[in-house]
Ligand binder design. Structure first.
Ligand SMILES: NC(=O)c1ccc[n+]([C@@H]2O[C@H](COP(=O)([O-])OP(=O)(O)OC[C@H]3O[C@@H](n4cnc5c(N)ncnc54)[C@H](OP(=O)(O)O)[C@@H]3O)[C@@H](O)[C@H]2O)c1
Length: 267
């Protein structure tokens, strides 16, 4: 990774922070994007303290012009990223009637439109160079559906659709696209998005282990290094996706049961 320019969105917390540190330790120059300037500075400081290189670029990725300005500034300052990791995201898992139109719009703005706009901003230069990797971090919601997460699930399907289409469209250009699907990762996500943990399908932790942020970061790092198209952790989700494609009603029934009684953060 030495001398590679790696851009990571959502680098102020959780999976993005762990991935930034992993890339920093590997010798990459890491570009850290998120809104919270103080947290980004702290992540950059810790990467530099460990001997790595990192530059924070605070930006609200739901703001299209701010995203374009930031990508232009990055290009002027340091050049075109070699690896672009679209990880920033949020989203509350709530019943449809408790999800406002504004909530639904926010969940489409980040992660989906943020990933589209940032990738769109760097793609012409990456294509001209004829090399580089584009990564999207998503969740099993890209392929499964359970009750009380409609807006979240719709947004994750958009991310998977973008990734899969680019995989096809960019074939033969020298660029590669990696879609990383992660099960539950123990990060501040669950505090940042109230109600989500309670509306999560209950699973057997031995069959479907919870990941640490470092395990999630390794899945991203190793998958990108191997230029994989599709990374799934824990691997059991691959079997579930196949089962869902073959027997959708059976899987839907199991997921309904596993989600249990309705939970509302206001109740
Ligand atoms: N945790 C899980 O179980 C899990 C599982 C599968 C997939 N994922 C996905 O992985 C990604 C990272 O999740 P996480 O668990 O690390 O959650 P997290 O700790 O809440 O981190 C989310 C990151 O996204 C950034 N972000 C949110 N809105 C933004 C905006 N408008 N502009 C710029 N940055 C923004 C946040 O930074 P600021 O607040 O500083 O802007 C933060 O750095 C998300 O897309 C999440 O959906 C998570």
């Amino acid at each position: 990774m030495a001398s590679q320019l790696v851009l990571i969105t959502g680098a102020s917390s959780g999976i993005g922070e762990a991935a930034a540190k992993r890339y920093g330790a590997s010798g990459a120059h890491v570009l850290l994007l998120a809104r919270n300037a103080g947290k980004l500075a702290a992540v950059a400081h810790s990467i530099r303290k460990a001997g790595g290189a990192a530059t924070p670029y605070p930006v609200d990725l739901s703001d299209r012009s701010a995203t374009e300005e930031t990508s232009a500034r990055i290009t002027r300052d340091l050049g075109t990223p070699d690896i672009l990791i679209n990880n920033a995201g949020a989203g509350r898992w709530l019943p449809m009637v408790e999800t406002t139109a504004e909530d639904a719009l926010r969940m489409i703005e980040v992660p989906y439109l943020a990933a589209f706009n940032l990738t769109r901003a760097f793609l012409p230069a990456m294509l001209a160079r004829g090399s580089g990797g584009i990564t999207f971090v998503s969740s099993p919601a890209s392929y499964l559906a359970w009750p009380r997460a409609a807006a979240y699930i719709a947004a994750r399907r958009a991310v998977a659709g973008l990734a899969e289409t680019l995989q096809s469209e960019l074939r033969g250009t020298g660029l590669f696209v990696t879609l990383v699907v992660l099960g539950t990762v123990e990060t501040p996500y669950w505090e940042h998005n109230p109600g989500s943990r309670e509306n999560m399908p209950k699973t057997n932790k031995r069959l479907v282990p919870i990941l640490t942020p470092d395990e999630a970061a390794s899945a991203i790092f190793d998958g990108v290094a191997a230029r994989r198209a599709f990374v799934v952790r824990p691997g059991i989700f691959r079997a579930l996706f196949v089962l869902n494609a073959l027997f959708p009603r059976l899987v839907a029934r199991q997921l309904r049961r596993a989600t249990g009684k309705p939970f509302s953060p206001s109740s």
